[in-house]
Design a protein around this ligand. Structure first.
Ligand SMILES: C[S@@+](CC[C@H](N)C(=O)[O-])C[C@H]1O[C@@H](n2cnc3c(N)ncnc32)[C@H](O)[C@@H]1O
Length: 182
C-alpha cells in the first residue's frame, strides 16, 4: 500500500451524517455480512459498518492506524472490540470468525500483497468477503488503487478452492464483492 495518510483523510468524516451516509451506501456489504454470526473487519478505518453490524452479530474491527481506531471508538456506541493490527499478521486463532470482511481495502495492494493478505484472512475466517471498486467506479482514487475487473480478481485468487464474485451498484458506480473459501 502507498503511504496515503488515512487518518488525515478520515478523521473529520466519522460524525453522524457520515455514519448514516455510509450505512446507506454500504447496504450490499451489510446485507451480505449480516448472514454470518461473527465478523472481523480488516482495514476497518472509521469502523462504521462494523459498529452498525455489532447490533446484530459479534463484530471486531481492526486497522493499522491506532489514531483512526481511537477516533472511531470515541464516536461509536455499539461496537465493543477494536484491534490495532496489521492485515498481514492478524492476531487471531485459526477460523476464529465466520466471516472476515473488508471494504475499500484490498484494491490498495499489489497482486503479491493481496495473496498474502487473503492467506491470512482465510486462516482466521471460515469465509472471506471483500468489496472493491470496479474499473467503472467514478470516485477518484485514494492513493494507489488497483481497479481490477472481477475476472482479474478471480484469476489472482485461483489458488483457493472456491472464489465467487458479484457486482453491486452503489451511487458512485459498480463495486465488486469477492467471496473466498480456503
Ligand atoms: C480506504 S480505508 C478503509 C475505509 C473504511 N472502509 C472506511 O469507510 O472507513 C483503508 C484502511 O486500511 C488501513 N490499512 C492500511 N494498511 C493496512 C494494513 N497493512 N493492515 C491493516 N489496515 C491497514 C488504513 O489505515 C485505512 O484505515
Amino acid at each position: 500500500m502507498s503511504d496515503f495518510n488515512w487518518y488525515e483523510f478520515y478523521k473529520d468524516k466519522i460524525g453522524e451524517s457520515w455514519y448514516y451516509g455510509e450505512i446507506t451506501v454500504r447496504q450490499p456489504e451489510i446485507k451480505a455480512v449480516s448472514e454470518f454470526k461473527s465478523v472481523l473487519g480488516v482495514g476497518s478505518g472509521r469502523c462504521i459498518v462494523e459498529d452498525y453490524l455489532s447490533k446484530v452479530m459479534f463484530a471486531v474491527a481492526s486497522d493499522l492506524s491506532r489514531k483512526l481506531l481511537v477516533a472511531a471508538k470515541s464516536r461509536h456506541g455499539n461496537l465493543q472490540h477494536y484491534v490495532c493490527c496489521d492485515a498481514f499478521y492478524l492476531p487471531f486463532r485459526d477460523k476464529a470468525f465466520d466471516c472476515v470482511y473488508s471494504q475499500g481495502f484490498m484494491e490498495h495492494f499489489d497482486d503479491a500483497e493481496v495473496v498474502l493478505i487473503v492467506d491470512e484472512m482465510v486462516r482466521v475466517g471460515e469465509t472471506v468477503l471483500f468489496f472493491i471498486p470496479l474499473p467503472a467506479y467514478r470516485n477518484p482514487s485514494l492513493g494507489v488503487e488497483h481497479r481490477r475487473t472481477l475476472d482479474a480478481w478471480t484469476k489472482l485468487l485461483s489458488m483457493y478452492p472456491k472464489v465467487d464474485t458479484g457486482c453491486y451498484e452503489e451511487p458512485m458506480g459498480p463495486i465488486g464483492g469477492v467471496t473466498v473459501k480456503g
